[in-house]
Ligand binder design. Structure first.
Ligand SMILES: [Zn+2]
Length: 168
């Protein structure tokens, strides 16, 4: 059973932890890393890696803290890794739609629509058949995903268009 912890969400900063009981993944580092570590009781031993969707500050601003104060390896697109200047010995460059084994997880990145070089969403499978979709900052998704058991979506909305829809 996937356990999801949110350390922060929205434009002030995003950071999440997913845990399947065997290994953990951190997703994004837009929340003060000291705080994240504190909330994890300074136990990072089960963290298999950190996924980053793109280089906007609310998803990545603590990257240097993560690099300096932990041994966690970063997984992201080449565009994101270059933009964040993650050194090669700490980074794993992901290619679009190629699955990667990270701890007990299999993570498949896919392209999304956002105003940066190479933003990704993630489809995350574990070994007991659970499948989590992580989707953020995208105008829309052109993909259809089968067998999703968990979904984490950050979305903005326009109150005007919602009201218009309700009235029509
Ligand atoms: Zn963004």
């Amino acid at each position: 059973m996937i356990k999801i912890t949110s350390f922060g969400s929205g434009s002030s900063g995003n950071c999440y932890l997913i845990d399947d009981g065997s290994s953990q993944l951190l997703i994004e580092c837009g929340v003060r890393f000291e705080l994240v570590k504190q909330k994890m009781r300074f136990n990072l031993s089960k963290v298999a890696g950190m996924l980053i969707t793109h280089e906007h500050g609310d998803h990545s601003k603590e990257i240097n803290k993560v690099l300096k104060t932990s041994a966690i390896e970063i997984y992201a697109s080449k565009g994101t890794i270059d933009a964040l200047k993650v050194p090669s010995f700490r980074s794993n460059t992901m290619k679009n739609k190629v699955p990667y084994k990270i701890g007990t997880w299999t993570v498949t990145p896919f392209d999304i629509k956002h105003d940066v070089t190479e933003p990704f969403g993630f489809l995350i499978d574990n070994q007991v058949g659970e499948r989590l979709l992580f989707l953020t900052d995208t105008k829309y998704s052109e993909y259809y995903f089968e067998g999703i058991t968990h979904m984490m979506v950050e979305a903005n909305y326009s109150i005007e268009s919602l009201v218009q829809r309700m009235q029509s």
